[in-house]
Ligand binder design. Structure first.
Ligand code: 0O2
Length: 267
């Protein structure tokens, strides 16, 4: 197949990957903006390379004319979560969306692969708009924890290096590393609530401080310098005290002061 034709075929897959990465990143932002914990930690995406498509077609005896129907991971999205529980939340989020239709799912978390591989896979149908009109594509979404991703990345590199001939002692090491990852994920789940509380309160505090600083910066334009300086001193005092409730109250008071100045400027 000519390189130009490959480009034409793969272009919509690039669009799908770009759109989906943006959409999943937006979900992270939505959680952040309401000060809530996001089950999605990180999102990446890729379009399978031509050589990788050729290799898979050969391995699975797929005719090149039919590769789009038969290779379901030409567009791939990888979603990384902190905790195993988050993976199932993300699966629910995807299932409830109207822009992705589930074709099939594989739970390699409850059914770990012989290699030790763990991950949740969804194949979804996703529509993109091209110059030729709407095109329905298949996209593979892999959802896994940070720990599972660490293992899979290392194992993938070793698979690539050794192809079918991975030495037995390395296979054994990978298998015991997979066990260690399983235990690590379980241990992290036990302290999940505490970790989430700590992360939530960090995010909430950061948002309050950002609001206060924006307000102070705007007040410099409209209020007397002396008044802003004393507001700023009060902020430093409360911040150093470290009492989050007091900081939140200060932020609300500052909102009212700012609103008063805005009202005055409209008169
Ligand atoms: P690449 O290079 O990552 O794209 P099936 O026909 O369903 O039996 P298929 O189509 O390979 O097999 O589906 P499966 O098993 O769900 O695997 C899809 C992808 O999951 C793989 O894509 C890998 O990315 C990942 N994966 C599956 N098993 C393993 C494993 O044992 N180790 C690692 N590191 N990754 C795995 P590709 O196309 O094989 O590879």
């Amino acid at each position: 197949m000519e390189i130009q034709l490959w480009r034409e075929i793969l272009d919509p897959y690039s669009l799908a990957v770009d759109e989906l990465v943006t959409k999943f990143n937006h979900i992270i932002d939505e959680y952040k903006h309401v000060g809530a914990y996001s089950p999605i930690e990180q999102v990446t995406g890729r379009v399978k390379t031509i050589s990788s498509i050729l290799e898979k077609s050969q391995k699975k005896s797929i005719e090149l004319e039919n590769f789009e129907e038969n290779i379901d991971d030409i567009a791939g999205i990888r979603i990384i979560c902190q905790f195993v529980e988050d993976i199932y939340k993300v699966v629910d989020i995807v299932k409830k969306r109207s822009d992705m239709r589930i074709k099939n799912e594989k739970d390699y978390i409850n059914n770990m692969k012989k290699s030790g591989y763990r991950s949740y896979h969804l194949i979804v149908y996703y529509d993109v708009e091209t110059l030729k009109g709407k095109k329905e594509l298949q996209v593979e979404i892999q959802i896994r924890t940070l720990a599972m991703n660490f293992w899979a990345t290392i194992e993938h590199s070793l698979q690539y290096k050794y192809k079918q001939n991975m030495p037995e002692h390395i296979r054994e090491r990978l298998s015991s590393a997979a066990e260690a990852i399983l235990i690590l994920d379980r241990e992290m789940s036990v302290v999940r609530d505490e970790i989430m509380d700590a992360q939530n309160s960090f995010t909430i505090k950061a948002n309050i401080v950002a609001d206060i600083l924006t307000n102070i910066q705007n007040l410099y334009k409209v209020a007397k310098k002396q008044e802003v300086v004393s507001i700023q001193d009060e902020f430093f005092r409360i911040y150093q005290n470290g009492d989050q409730d007091e900081l939140a109250q200060f932020s609300r008071d500052l909102d009212m002061i700012s609103a008063r100045y805005r009202a005055q400027s409209l008169r």
